[in-house]
Design a protein around this ligand. Sequence first.
Ligand code: SAH
Length: 241
Amino acid sequence: MLDTLKAILAENDIEINENQIKRIDAFYELLMEKNRVMDLTNITEPREVALRHMADSLFLLKCADFGGKKVADIGTGAGFPGMPLLMYDENLEITMVDSTGKRIDFINDTMGKIGNCGKAQAITARAEDLGVDKKHREKYDLVTSRAVAPMNILAELTLPLLKVGGKFLAMKSANEEGEKELNDALFAIKTLGGKVVRSIDYQLAADCPKRRIVIIEKVKNTADQYPRKYAKIKSKPLGSK
Ligand code: SAH
């Protein structure tokens, strides 16, 4: 796992030191151990974990400056992309959020075992509930999310959490479907106070899917009526007929 990871990061000009590597390895070992008794990930082959989980998460470092930022990772699951980012930067002020308590328990256990995760937290919550909670609404500089929902729905889960000037880094597929998905979400993004500023495409290896980070900047406060309840967000995504 580590040799592949080091090689891919070097190819992509992402610097990493031995301490960071040690932390990522510790996370990897704990993930594989827990995955034997709990469904955390289907990706278990070491090279695949290096590419599709660790390097894919760390690629975000090329898309935004995370230093000193307040970050939320929405629908983090077993901790992607949040945990690799936190293993990379032990001072990262990140809130990892998932509606499934067992996955959040795993992340909290793992942070406790690895240590030096002082500014990070993992909480069991629904994103749309945090979006109406004063402690979380418009409090974040950066929001990340991978494999959680189509963009028109995802925008309503994430954009309310961002401060004006903050950025949402949506980890998506770089294919026609991804383009359609983004097109279908433009109305929602605008309605929620966002603006697409850039897309960054990458492919970590020839046998890996092409990926895209869509960067959406929060340019205006989100109106009070958003986010709506999840049933509503899902049955009538903003912009749908
Ligand atoms: N980001 C991880 C996990 C993706 S699976 C990865 O890329 O590997 C999607 C996760 O999103 C699940 O763990 C699910 O519980 C969570 N999720 C879905 N809708 C959510 C919501 N509204 N609020 C919080 N978490 C949500």
